[in-house]
Design a protein around this ligand. Structure first.
Ligand code: AGP
Length: 588
């Protein structure tokens, strides 16, 4: 997944591109680049690393009227300046930026090399730039259409040509691409958050366009001009900034209470009767990473409160597994970005099986939202940090509200009240995890254990810590420790114990003490303080505020989010942009 931006303007092209790239760098930040164009003069600048480095390096192209930019998350070819986009074609006649994967690029590369073409990069995208130069149709849009007909896979492409026209040629298939045009500026981007306020176009698969000053002409793959409706502008997402916080992640953790309040407000607009009319007998909850973990919680709520057969499945597994679904299945897709490729593919597969499709997303105009029968907004506000925090809390609380709403009106209104109380309690509950983090920061491995919903919290806590501190973390059901993993426990190995269910307190405590007897160090997050006699067993104890028991999983993740943030900062890492990751995984 990468971020692309294009602009046509009589002035400030470079500024528009840099501002736009900063807004889409959540999609990847291994390297970044810009191509400026003034008639048949093209100037490419690119760097390995972040945008600020590029800003320092890039000089203005005199009279620049067009620019395209790219922020990369590497899929093919190492992270280096040569493989950064923009990518130049033969004789630098064409320059492109590409988000997606050319699945048949090896075949294309062999064909091109056989014709004497020389690849300068290790990227699949270069095959696009070279193909564009291979034909000299009278109209460059024909070059583009011919080229993309050679491609298999996903792409959002912006391309400029060494020609007197100051145009951008663009194409889209499976990777998101949007366009904006008024009399002052024309823009293209992976996310409409880059645009000025106003209605904009959303590309559909198989569409191409020529973007000009004041006009965008769309074509289908037969080269026929098509008329497109604009997407109604809505305050898509206020343009997030860090405010007084050092990192987005910390800000977004502290925004959890407000996000939960927004969730309850927006949930009241959901037509629950519409969902009840779907008449389903079983539920599959599908997502990736953190979103999968909220699916696990949702499955617990469906089973516990509605006695419905409910299962959480990784989207990347659902795509290729033989899961039994049909017209009586409600498939719930959870995705913060609404652009995760595996989740989109899983949704499209569920559609072919006639399942009912409901999605929870944090981006109303996203691909997943547009593909769903019913959309429930997560309402968390912009989440920029790669590690998901407030969105997870809202996903879990949102699934709880959905289940309670389906259970009946009085349960629903009680649940809304419980989530508001949860928001108020979390407002007061932000603890200092610095000492705990000191204990953990230099460890090579950390284990998280819990039962039932606490096992889900253990999974999410482990993912948070590993993805931003690079410590090898494992989560497992407390009862599973003795079935193998306990062999990894050695002196001072940290074991983080999560208990929010009083009926399970003894059982989990026994598992924890088994680990301690082998030298492990215990850290307890619990619904109640341990007995005095137990205190000596723990390096650290934290008791949680009183909230409705089914929502304790939302409050128990907060200290684990803060722990992972503190450990990452202690290790001198960037919690917002962890290595090898991106906020939205829009490729398989
Ligand atoms: C969460 O901290 C990770 N960044 C990652 O697991 C993420 O949850 C996953 O990629 C799914 O993203 P989505 O919610 O946007 O679909």
């Amino acid at each position: 997944m990468c971020g692309i931006v294009g602009v046509i303007s009589d002035e400030d092209c470079q500024k528009y591109i840099f501002d736009g790239l900063k807004l889409v760098q959540y999609r990847g930040y291994d390297s970044v680049g810009i191509c400026q164009k003034n008639n048949d003069t093209l100037k490419v600048d690119k760097v390995k690393g972040l945008i600020d480095k590029l800003v320092c390096k890039t000089s203005n192209l005199e009279g620049c009227k067009v620019a395209i930019g790219h922020t990369r998350w590497a899929t093919h070819g190492s992270v280096c300046e040569e493989n950064a986009h923009p990518i130049e074609g033969k004789d630098k006649e064409w320059v492109i930026v590409h988000n997606g994967i050319v699945e048949n690029y090896q075949q294309l590369m062999c064909n091109l090399q056989r014709e004497g073409e020389v690849f300068k990069t290790q990227t699949d995208s270069e095959s696009i730039a070279l193909l564009l130069s291979l034909n000299n149709f009278d109209d460059p849009i024909k070059n583009l259409i011919w080229t993309i007909k050679q491609l298999k896979g996903s792409y959002a492409i912006c391309a400029v040509k060494k020609e007197s026209n100051n145009y951008i040629y663009a194409a889209k298939n499976k990777s998101p691409l949007y366009a904006f045009c008024n009399d002052k500026i024309t823009m293209l981007a992976s996310d409409p958050i880059c645009f000025p306020d106003g209605d904009y176009y959303k590309f559909e698969d198989g569409e191409v366009c020529v973007a000009k000053k004041g006009e965008i002409v769309f074509y289908n793959l037969n080269g026929v001009v098509i008329e497109k409706q604009k997407q109604k502008f809505q305050p898509i997402r206020e343009k997030a900034d860090k405010g007084d916080y050092e990192h987005y992640m910390l800000k977004e953790i502290y925004e959890t209470p407000e996000a939960l309040k927004n969730l309850t407000k927006n949930f009241l607009n959901i037509d629950i009767k519409n969902i009840k009319k779907l008449k389903f007998s079983n539920v599959k909850l599908i997502g990736c990473g953190t979103a999968y973990h909220s699916c696990l919680m949702g499955a617990i709520y469906f089973r516990k409160f509605l006695k419905i057969d409910a299962e959480a499945i990784y989207a990347s597994e659902f795509r290729y597994g033989d899961y039994v679904i049909g017209s009586k299945t409600l498939c719930i897709f959870v995705s913060q970005s609404g652009e995760t490729a595996d989740t989109i593919a899983a949704l499209l597969k569920a559609k072919t099986k006639k399942a009912k499709i409901l999605s929870f997303t944090n981006v109303p105009y996203s691909t997943i939202s547009s593909l769903s029968n019913i959309v429930i907004p997560i309402s968390a506000g912009p989440e920029i940090a790669v590690a998901s925090t407030k969105a997870y809390s809202c996903q879990v609380a949102g699934l709880y509200l959905l289940v309670m709403a389906l259970k009946g009106e009085k349960h629903y209104y009680k649940a809304l009240k419980q989530v508001c109380e949860l928001a108020n309690e979390t407002e007061k509950f932000f603890i200092n995890m610095a000492d705990f983090a000191q204990d953990i920061a230099q460890k090579q491995k950390v284990f998280f254990i819990g039962k039932d919903s606490d096992y889900v919290t253990a999974l999410e806590g482990a993912l948070k810590l590993k993805e931003i501190s690079y410590i090898n973390c494992s989560a497992l059901p407390a009862g599973e420790l003795k079935h193998g993993t306990i062999s990894l426990i050695e002196s001072k190995t940290p074991i983080i114990v999560i208990i929010t269910n009083k009926n399970l307190y003894e059982k989990v405590m026994n598992s924890a003490l088994e680990a301690k007897s082998r030298g492990g160090k215990l850290y307890l997050i619990s619904y109640k303080p341990p007995e005095i006699c137990e205190l000596e067993n723990f390096e650290f104890c934290l008791s949680l505020p009183k909230v409705a028991q089914p929502l304790l999983c939302v409050v128990s993740i907060l200290p684990l989010q803060l722990l992972s943030y503190n450990v990452s900062v202690l290790k001198g890492l960037d919690p917002d942009k962890p290595r090898n990751l991106a906020k939205s995984v829009t490729v398989e």
